[in-house]
Design a binder for this molecule. Structure first.
Ligand SMILES: *Cc1c(COP(=O)(O)O)cnc(C)c1O
Length: 384
């Protein structure tokens, strides 16, 4: 370094899968070797064992391994019989994968806005969205915190409307002492590599307590084949492969430890912001935690009207942040035919402009976390 030149700070990535690999490498390599030795790559003992292990972990009766979180939603809606002319209720503040399966089946998404505090479906708007065509409700447990399932079931259950939870970001979460999927038709998981439990490729799962529903999903994922070459139902190839299943089995025992470290990081952010002089930092909100709920912190999302300058400021300091999501689904061009417009869902539109996800991964060093806090405080303090 030349004299007078400041040392460039160590970068803070938004996730560190390399560090995670170092922790699990021995177990993962053994799992891969097991599959190579078996030469069984599709629908075999690893997938079956993973299904049992995840079902036990999640506290549900059945788990069906699938090709992705997107396909889990698609197959779940197919198994519910969703088709042209039907309506499926969900929120516009989510990843496109929650909504695209509805459109692909020829149905229409009817959006309900989100709660300000939790970013999840606001039950207060649910009743008005229900019509005789409503075939399912898909709440999204965004950022690792569950939607208000008690309130949603209180509306859905008496009307006989099935609920399929998008739990892609929330394996391990609880609310009102209930885990994901409890009391619903099912819950879908994603094992995308950056999720709290990630594969080394694509993967997903559907959880359910309904044996007949699980059987239907199992049929649909494999071309509806009751027996080989005899297709009883119109399905597809939505299978989870054995290599991914074995890798996920190797990583599952680490999940609770990783969640605990994510929660630790969330607590440290709270303490560090509390310790900093934030008196004049107007409108900066840390994530709200529903009392008694288990938030698994897939993302740690803060809210501030200075989203763009803050993100740019942090980027110049080597700190990577993300915006989940920059555009609400009612304004996504691929759903334009549904006719939604700007202003339809204020809560979701506002969240898109005001939220920023800070690094919260289990491998985040304490010093990096403190630096993120210091940089935010230095920019936002005394800002008009
Ligand atoms: C990741 C994710 C999905 C899609 O999962 P894939 O495995 O990437 O197909 C769906 N919904 C939400 C909320 C997600 O975060």
């Amino acid at each position: 370094m030349r004299t007078g030149e400041a040392a460039s700070p160590i970068p803070v990535p938004s996730i560190d899968l390399g560090a995670q690999l170092r922790e699990v490498e021995t177990d993962v390599r053994a799992a891969i070797d097991r599959v190579l030795a078996s030469q069984r790559f599709i629908l075999g003992p690893e997938g079956e064992a993973l299904e049992e292990e995840v079902a036990r972990y999640a506290g549900c009766a059945h788990a069906v391994g699938l090709s992705s979180g997107t396909d889990a939603l698609l197959v779940g809606l197919m198994a519910l019989g969703v088709g042209p002319g039907d309506e499926v209720i969900t929120t516009p503040y989510t990843f496109v994968a929650t909504v695209s399966p509805i459109a692909r089946l020829g149905a229409r998404a009817v959006f309900v806005d989100i709660e300000h505090k939790t970013y999840t479906l606001d039950p207060a708007g649910l009743t008005a969205a229900i019509t005789p065509r409503t075939r399912a409700i898909v709440p999204v447990h965004l950022f690792g915190q569950m939607a208000d399932m008690r309130a949603i079931h209180a509306i859905a259950d008496p009307r006989g409307i099935p609920v399929l939870e998008d739990a892609a970001q929330a394996l391990g979460a609880t609310r009102d002492a209930e885990p994901i999927g409890r009391g619903s038709q099912g819950a879908t998981l994603s094992f995308f590599p950056t999720k709290n439990l990630g594969a080394m490729g694509d993967g997903g799962m559907l959880l359910t307590d309904d044996e007949a529903f699980a059987k239907r999903v199992r049929l649909l994922r494999n071309h509806g084949q009751e027996t080989k070459y005899v297709s009883a139902l119109l399905g597809g190839n939505f299978r989870l492969d054995e290599l991914q299943a074995a890798i996920l089995r190797a990583k599952l025992p680490y999940l609770d430890g990783w969640i605990a470290r994510r929660q630790d990081n969330a607590r440290r952010y709270r303490e560090a912001f509390a310790a900093a002089d934030t008196r004049s930092m107007w409108h900066f909100e840390l994530p709200y935690e529903v009392p008694g709920a288990r938030h698994v912190y897939h993302q740690l999302v803060v809210r501030t009207p200075t989203q763009v300058p803050l993100r740019e400021h942090l980027a110049t300091r080597g700190i990577t942040t993300s915006v989940y999501y920059p555009q609400p689904m009612h304004l996504a061009p691929c759903f334009a035919s549904w006719g939604y417009k700007v202003g339809d869902f204020d809560g979701a539109e506002c969240a898109c402009h005001e939220t920023l996800a800070l690094p919260v991964h289990p491998e985040l060093p304490a010093a990096s976390l403190q630096r993120v806090v210091d940089e935010i405080v230095s920019l936002l303090r005394d800002r008009p």
